[in-house]
Design a protein around this ligand. Structure first.
Ligand code: NAP
Length: 299
């Protein structure tokens, strides 16, 4: 029941209609009987500054930020943490005594998702596909743990530039093109393959960024795409005997980090995961939108 003392959090983005975050967080608030509510706010680009001031003025506890505002919101905040500055994007705002603080919880979400599946990167070679927002967050979190990280992207120059940026931090990172012959070579001695491209995402569910023939049973394959839950890449990886991890784990864990920042409480991740899966599979309410996860992060 919403009352006078209810704390409000939410998500600002455009679109937000099909975001899974409201159902994920509200399920956790309800389960813990926390007096919080999570609300979607559709905010257009020209209203972003006013909306962010509204977050402060209305004394919201915080908000998630999604496409297209993750980068443009940064200069509107009072403080941005180092990891979010590195990634170059904020996906969570916390209001502390009237100050707006920005974080990016995607990298930690990825690490937690791997930890839950007992995947150890330590000392192994990691191949990350992509050079967009998800790839940046994932690369910054995995590069310090890997013996070597290889970034492969359709647009080679973006992967090469990101690799150079990460090397300046002192990590061993190379960048290159996302092509079959490159994949074939790089995957030979890799322990972990991460798809951080949008290839395979609904509605293009029969696409995969990696030909099945270059996958091996010794790999762990993690796909950041969570709609569909089992992508073609994960299906192919499973069929060759590789360990697979879907993107729901990262989605839930990035949400769990935000939840803890707002409430100070560890959320029930099993409840959040159930809420996300129900949302993706159309169980529970019948409000699944046709865009699915096309709007990207925090959905
Ligand atoms: P983004 O910033 O738009 O980046 C998209 C990436 O995909 C770029 O590297 C792009 O390559 C590549 N790409 C797009 N179409 C391609 C194609 N046809 N062939 C090869 N590469 C292609 O998006 P993002 O925010 O990084 O999100 C990427 C995916 O991760 C989305 O599916 C999103 O839902 C998912 N995600 C999941 C979580 C989670 O919690 N599980 C969190 C964040 C994102 P170019 O540079 O060449 O364009």
């Amino acid at each position: 029941m919403i009352g006078g003392g209810t704390r409000v959090v939410g998500i600002i983005g455009d679109p937000v209609e099909h975001s899974l975050s409201p159902r994920m967080h509200n399920a956790a608030f309800e389960h813990l009987k926390l007096d919080y509510v999570y609300v979607p706010f559709r905010v257009s680009g020209d209203m972003l500054r006013k909306a962010v001031e509204g977050v402060r003025a209305l004394n919201l506890r915080g908000v998630n930020v999604t496409i297209p505002h993750k980068v443009s919101v940064m200069p509107l905040l009072d403080w941005v943490d180092e990891n979010a500055l590195d990634i170059g994007a904020v996906n969570t705002i916390v209001v502390e005594r009237g100050e707006l603080k920005g974080y990016n919880t995607d990298g930690l979400g990825c690490l937690e998702a791997l930890k839950e599946e007992k995947v150890e990167v330590n000392g192994g070679k990691v191949v990350v596909l992509g050079a967009g927002g998800a790839a940046r967050a994932i690369a910054y979190s995995l590069a310090p743990l890997a013996s070597e990280l290889v970034l492969l992207n359709r647009t080679d120059s973006k992967a090469i530039a990101l690799a150079e940026e990460l090397r300046r931090k002192g990590w061993s990172v190379r960048g290159g093109g996302l092509r079959r012959e490159v994949l074939e070579g790089e995957l030979k001695d890799a322990v972990l393959l991460v798809n951080a491209t949008s290839v395979g995402m609904y509605p293009d569910v029969d696409d995969s960024p990696v030909p099945r023939e270059v996958l091996k049973s010794s790999l762990t394959v993690f796909d950041a795409v969570y709609n569909p839950i089992e992508t073609k890449l994960l299906r192919d990886a499973r069929s060759v005997g590789a360990k697979t991890i879907d993107g729901v784990g990262m989605l839930v864990n990035q949400g769990a980090v935000a939840f803890k920042l707002w409430t100070g409480v560890n959320p029930p991740k099993d409840i959040m995961r159930r809420a996300v899966i129900d949302g993706l599979t159309g169980r529970g309410e019948s409000d699944r939108g046709s865009c699915g996860a096309r709007c990207g992060n925090n959905c």
